[in-house]
Design a protein around this ligand. Structure first.
Ligand SMILES: *Cc1c(COP(=O)(O)O)cnc(C)c1O
Length: 370
């Protein structure tokens, strides 16, 4: 039971309750067929997701980080190559680059959009740059066309990190269909989430898709013939069955997120201490509704006391994480990302949040924000 005095940051049980009569029989069928590894439901989901995105090929893999890593490997990225990633993202983006042996090069983000852009990426592009990985952070599409022009001018590959943007559109096309390839995550709390780990690569390039199919299964092409050293990163058949049941609801759920965002924006607009997320010119699908406040910690604490759970996406930019110290970037190198990370606070945002819950978040913010 949900406690009426608390507003959760996200509540995944509600989606399950809404779909349990579809999901449980599908899961049971997999168990009866026992095709747990790359079974029928994986093919079925790959086809459905490719069609949804408007791409030729979708390849299901073990998680979103592997999707990015395997896409980069399939592009031939490796030691000696540079790959540009934003300083404000989840660590999986840079980790994927490091795993290929290539050198990640960070780019700052824009203050209003919180995203990398041509203006922030171009200054760090060198002759060694082989790819850029723009991230549609919080579900807001990057301004893709100028980035694509840069890539075409400099003969660079473009891999979208679409892990937070399932279903968002950029100038009429789905995010994930815009670059040479895209990586998706189906981590449970994403806009399209599995009941465990999952991920996928989307691409129009048949050779890239084939290469990822090999790499995700130990480089095997036919049984016992391994043509490349790959890894084990297959989308689990049970997860594919769950995802196939959830995919038809994605657009509706994203619309509910937009509705919550519109209401938040309208009802919070009179509080000068809060900087609300800019919806941007494209179709934002609000994986995260991240406000900014100069004393974010105090605000989060005051909200917590009133039963409102919040999150931070993300509190520390990539270059200030201990794991990436050896890249040599230091405080001050990406001032916009640093500033944003110090101020962000993510409000409760999930499709089946009620209006009453949303009103309680607004009410609490009115009491504590100033
Ligand atoms: C979630 C996420 C990933 C990676 O996803 P996993 O499935 O957890 O490996 C990559 N990039 C971004 C921006 C993400 O939010």
């Amino acid at each position: 039971m949900t406690d009426p005095t608390q507003v959760p940051f996200v509540d995944l049980t509600r989606e399950f309750e809404a779909l349990r009569d579809d999901i449980l029989p599908s899961v049971e069928e997999v168990m009866q067929r026992t095709d747990f590894i790359l079974g029928d439901d994986v093919d079925r989901f790959e086809e459905a997701f490719a069609e949804y995105l408007g791409v030729e090929h979708c390849v299901g893999v073990g998680n979103g980080g592997d999707a990015l890593y395997l896409a980069l490997r399939a592009m031939g990225i490796g030691p000696g190559d540079e790959v540009v990633v934003p300083a404000l993202t989840f660590v999986a983006t840079i980790d994927a680059v490091l795993r290929t042996g290539a050198t990640p090069v960070l780019a700052d983000v824009e203050d209003a959009s919180r995203l990398a852009s041509r203006a922030t990426v171009e200054p760090v592009v060198t002759d060694a740059t082989e790819a850029i990985v723009p991230v549609h952070l919080h579900g807001r599409p990057c301004d893709h066309d100028p980035l694509l022009d840069l890539c075409e001018d400099r003969d660079i590959r473009l891999l979208e990190d679409a892990a937070q943007a399932h279903g968002a559109r950029y100038r009429g096309k789905r995010v994930g269909s815009l670059g040479d390839a895209a990586g998706f995550s189906f981590y449970p709390a994403k806009n399209l989430g599995a009941y465990g780990d999952g991920g996928a690569i989307a691409t129009d390039d048949p050779e890239l898709a084939d290469e990822v199919r090999k790499l995700r299964a130990y480089g095997e092409v036919v049984k016992h013939e391994h043509v490349v050293s790959g890894i084990n990163s297959r989308l689990d058949t049970l997860q594919a069955a769950v995802l196939s049941e959830k995919l038809p609801h994605l657009d509706d759920w994203n619309e509910r997120r937009r509705e919550h965002a519109r209401a938040y924006r309208k009802q919070l607009s009179g509080i000068p201490e809060l900087m609300l997320p800019d919806p941007g010119p494209f179709d934002h699908i609000y994986h995260v509704f991240g406000i900014r406040h100069l004393d974010r910690e105090a605000l989060a604490e005051a909200l917590e006391k009133r039963g409102i759970s919040t999150g931070i996406h993300y509190p520390v930019p990539i270059h200030l994480q201990p794991a990436y110290e050896e890249l040599g970037d230091t405080r001050g190198d990406f001032p916009t990302a640093e500033k944003i990370c110090g101020e962000l606070l993510s409000l409760p945002m999930f499709p089946l949040m009620t209006e009453g819950e949303r009103d309680r978040v607004v009410q609490a913010l009115r009491e504590v924000a100033s």
